[in-house]
Design a protein around this ligand. Structure first.
Ligand code: NAI
Length: 781
């Protein structure tokens, strides 16, 4: 027999991992679990079961939390929080380190338990999930240690409600719990109803680590329990990973509550193969992109885009590779594809594929297990970009594919989705890779690799894939707030009056849209009076149509986002210079509008602020994360896109500039609703913009009641973020309406900000004006 023949005839024998210890652990716990609240277990009830999707066997009984139990968990977390935060960074670091060590010591138990409960191959839980869990706790032990020196102005948010999915049960727990604890928060976490067991084992481990009671609380149950947590009055932050649909619901349910929110949602991530790619590597990558965890991965490379010239060869090789995949008992170390998490998910996948009538469907010609939740690796070729399966997340081992001719077509197809979680690209041409990566609308981009994760590199999406990052320095801001206690917001009212203007030949303020002064579509204006009742001018009242025009103009100005920081800095300096030339006039206008004396100081601070952001425009750099694999993750700061903002009333000119300057410094285009009470400084200011080389559409200024503009601005699907600093609180409306396309929001939630001082500028603004994209590139050996 030749070596070749031996290779061809060799088969894999089964090499199953024993489930004995994990099953014994479950029995040891009574095979029934209550909740873990305040450091102790509640009495279990047999409300629902966790079962092994590979064979349908029940693993344990679980308890559906009641409102009282959720309340008890939140109370325990609240009580424990000040002391936990008070332990200091080093005190918390020791506990996080202890947890990491214990996870390492019991790694096999966790791996087997995860595989039993979820159905994922033991190779994955053993080599990927559990090591990443450990890494996350080690990494964040370090973050706790460094918090005081590196984040001196940050403090904990308080109690965090955390809702996680079933696809990476323990890893998602780690992503949520480790940073929260590191920054001094306490948590109430709910695992997904299909997969609670490793969370139960984690609770056990918290006890072993001597973690103070109430720091970690875990309650079990379905979406109803999730809803109780997210809507609980005493939760300060909600962190959710799961479907986009539920993410939107949570956004609506928490609107106006003042809770901080991060959402890590679905995706339909492109996997782009250029014709000069190393095809065999790209095929192996694809196995990891879509058949890893049975495709139940939010960032799965589920949309294959392959360049036309190699498409046929690529598909042929891919089918051959699919035929070589082994599916079956997830505990078998030789298995590539395990079980889908639950019969419900299996049905969803089956229905989606069976309901498709387009393209050609190929299913791997492999032996399928006779029982259990298994679905064969599937490839659907020849779909149109608009096809249902090209757009919808299947969340199963199903790859859809289409072809492209040119790099620009690849980008167009890749970005043709409501999601923006991840993207993969394969090419041997470094120039092409680094040209395409910035153009992909995604939070993570992998070059010549796929599905790489590490605690040091932030993970998270854009568009309807949600917001916030998990991991890295950027992930910490989701669990902190600035030190200090802000004052309550006080509405600033416009003055009324009945005296005519001092000068009958006054200017006619207009809206400023697309670099042009524009009359309001509705043809209405409002009188603006000074404190003494003298008419100062008429400000136009913008309506929905004006808002639409402004958004359109902002989109047309997208070239601004591609300009260099140096150019943006020059323009900001130029605005400052031109404002300075007219400072006296602006100061007088502010005093006339507000009836105060702060005009001169406000103009002076505005000029300084423009300088501050001119300075930042070319200095708010990204990072290169050192990740423990053959690569580097470049955390690049990108503009959010089109930012709509309701500007503050407390400082009519400075407020507008404090919002505009960081946004445009970072490459965004803006639609600004000027101070409602005192709009005339803004309408004077567009004359400064006109003389300062600001390209048309980069800054658009509307005037009129904020209440009328808040809703359409937050509901507009082409606006990427809305900030609200209006003195009347529109936070609830904005957060609720933003759910439509999950735009980023930054609202004041009834709290005031001192615009004249440090609070009115700085990193918080730069952070809100940017998204971090992590681009993983091969680097070194
Ligand atoms: P889901 O979004 O309903 O479940 C995720 C978590 O949210 C679970 O813990 C669940 O109990 C909880 N939950 C459900 N409704 C809630 C509510 N109203 N308030 C608070 N928490 C709630 O996802 P599901 O139904 O398990 O899967 C459906 C689809 O969602 C999948 O086919 C997949 O497309 C997507 N999905 C995406 C995930 C991701 O990582 N991005 C993870 C899980 C599912």
């Amino acid at each position: 027999m030749t070596v070749k023949e031996i290779f061809e005839t060799m088969d894999y024998g089964p090499a199953p991992e024993s489930a004995g210890d994990a099953l014994a652990w479950i029995v040891d716990q009574g095979a029934a679990f209550g909740h873990f609240i305040d450091g102790a277990w509640t009495a279990p009830r047999k409300d629902f079961q966790s079962s092994n999707p590979a064979n349908g066997e029940t693993l344990a009984d679980l308890t559906q939390a009641t409102a009282d139990e959720v309340d008890a968990a939140v109370k325990a977390a609240r009580k424990a929080q000040p002391k936990w935060e008070g332990l200091g960074g080093h005190g918390r670091a020791k506990f996080l380190y202890a947890i990491a060590r214990l996870l390492q010591k019991h790694s096999r138990l966790f791996a087997v338990l995860e595989t039993l409960d979820n159905g994922k191959p033991i190779r994955e839980s053993r080599d990927i999930d559990i090591p990443l869990v450990q890494r996350h706790f080690y990494y964040h032990a370090g973050m706790a240690q460094l918090m005081e020196s590196e984040l001196p102005n940050a403090q904990a948010l308080g109690v965090c409600g955390q809702i996680i999915p079933w696809n990476f049960p323990l890893l998602m727990l780690a992503w949520k719990v480790a940073p929260a604890l590191a920054m001094g928060n306490t948590v109430v976490l709910k695992p997904a109803e299909y997969t609670s067991l490793t969370a139960m084992a984690f609770a056990d481990l918290c006890q072993q680590a001597g973690l103070p009671a109430g720091v970690v609380n875990i309650v079990t149950g379905d979406g109803a329990v999730g809803e109780m947590i997210t809507t609980h009055d005493d939760i300060n932050k909600v962190a959710f990973t799961g479907s986009t649909e539920v993410g939107k619901r949570i956004r609506q349910a928490t609107a106006g509550s003042g809770k901080s929110l991060t959402l890590e949602l679905g995706g339909k991530s492109p996997y782009i193969v250029f014709e000069d790619a190393d095809i065999d590597s790209a095929i192996e990558g694809l196995v990891d992109a879509i058949w890893f965890n049975q495709g139940q991965v939010c960032c799965a490379g589920s949309r294959l885009l392959v360049q036309e010239g190699i498409a046929e060869r690529f598909h042929t090789k891919l089918k051959a590779r699919m035929d070589g995949l082994r599916i079956g008992n997830p505990l078998d170390k030789c298995i590539d594809v395990g079980a889908v998490v639950d019969p419900v998910q299996l049905q969803t996948i089956t229905d989606l594929v069976d309901g498709n009538t387009e393209g050609e469907t190929y299913q791997a010609a492999i032996d399928m297990p006779v029982e259990g939740c298994f679905y064969p690796p599937t490839l659907i070729t020849g779909l149109a970009p608009s096809s249902h399966l090209m757009q919808e997340e299947i969340f199963g081992p199903v790859l859809v594919s289409t072809t492209f001719r040119t790099p620009s077509e690849a980008i167009q197809l890749a970005n043709n989705t409501r999601y923006g979680l991840a993207a993969t690209l394969w090419t041997e041409n470094v120039n092409l890779a680094l040209d395409i990566a910035p153009k992909l609308v995604a939070g993570v981009v992998w070059v010549n690799a796929t599905n790489l994760f590490d605690a040091a590199a932030g993970f998270g999406g854009v568009r309807e894939s949600g917001y916030g990052r998990e991991g890295g320095w950027e992930g910490l801001s989701a669990y902190t707030k600035p030190k200090g206690t802000p004052k309550a917001l006080k509405p600033v009212e416009a003055f009324s009056g009945d005296k005519g203007p001092l000068d009958p030949l006054d200017r006619t303020p207009k809206l400023y849209i697309g670099g042009k002064q524009a009359r309001p579509d509705g043809g209405y204006s409002q009188n603006i009076y000074g404190r003494n009742g003298v008419l100062l001018g008429q400000a136009p009242i913008a309506n929905r149509k004006d808002l639409r025009n402004a958004v359109e103009a902002a989109h047309a100005a997208k070239g601004w986002s591609g300009t260099t920081g140096h150019l943006r800095a020059q323009i900001l300096y130029y605005i400052a210079e031109n404002l300075s030339a007219r400072s006296e006039e602006f100061a007088q206008r502010i005093n006339a509008l507000t009836g105060g004396k702060q005009g001169e100081a406000e103009v002076e601070t505005s000029i300084r602020r423009l300088f501050t952001y001119a300075a930042w425009a070319d200095k708010y750099d990204g990072q290169a994360h050192g990740v423990p694999i053959r690569g580097v993750a470049l955390a690049m700061k990108e503009p959010v896109g089109v930012i709509g903002a309701l500007c503050p009333d407390e400082a009519p000119l400075l407020g507008l500039i404090s919002v505009m300057a960081p946004a445009i410094a970072m490459g965004n285009r803006t639609v600004l609703a000027a101070s409602q009470a005192f709009p005339l400084s803004a309408t004077d200011f567009y004359q400064v913009l006109e003389t300062s080389d600001v390209p048309a559409g980069v800054v658009n200024i509307l005037t009129g009641p904020h209440a009328d503009l808040a809703k359409p601005m937050a509901g507009h699907l082409d606006v990427d973020a809305v900030w609200s600093f209006s003195s009347a609180d529109h936070s609830a409306t904005i957060e609720r309406e933003s759910a439509g396309n999950l735009k980023r929001t930054w609202v004041n939630n009834g709290l005031a900000r001192d615009w004249m001082n440090a609070e009115g500028e700085g990193r918080a603004f730069l952070q809100a004006a940017t998204e971090v994209k992590n681009i993983w590139v091969p680097y070194g050996e």
